[in-house]
Design a binder for this molecule. Sequence first.
Ligand code: GAR
Length: 202
Amino acid sequence: MSLRVAILISGGGSNMVALAKSMTGDHPARTVLVLANSANAGGLQKAADMGIETAVVDHRPFGADRAAFEAELTKALFVANADIICLAGFMRVLTADFVNQWQGRMLNIHPSLLPKYKGLNTHARAIAAGDSEAGCSVHLVTATLDGGPVLGQARVPVLPDDTPDSLAARILPLEHQLYPAVLRKFASGDETRVNLSRANPV
Ligand code: GAR
């Protein structure tokens, strides 16, 4: 029986599309829900076009009450009977209570080589620091923001004339390779690390 994956998004959902497309054939998991915290998330239509169930839990009516927002998330995840959550550009910070309920079963992709540059503006910070390489990481989510065990990373060189946008554009296609590669192994019970670079693609 396949594992049931819920993918949480806030935006365009390109990582969600890569994940959903990967879960076919002998893959041990299937996408059962794409859930967004805004009805404006562009990924919702992409999911619907792929025939995937979608849901919206708008965070705004809940204001600062994160627990009430998360109670609605939990309801939607319960209805979908999800086994695994993939955060894919989901831009809400989750409480320790929610994270602990899903500990060991929730993954996130973050656009930096963790532990460097947790939080926002990762590419600008890598350029400002003069780093020679940048990339992305898939990690298990723990109560420490962007701090859980790293399951995979992909690396690209930082070029002398890079801007945050050009660096992001170079890294995003690798995110689309890395996240499905990690999820497939993770859903098979294999938490050994995936390392990708342009010289070592999947
Ligand atoms: C991706 O670059 C992802 O790594 C990043 O948001 C983008 C979402 O793009 N995630 C974070 O910054 C999480 N802190 P997508 O909606 O096209 O997948």
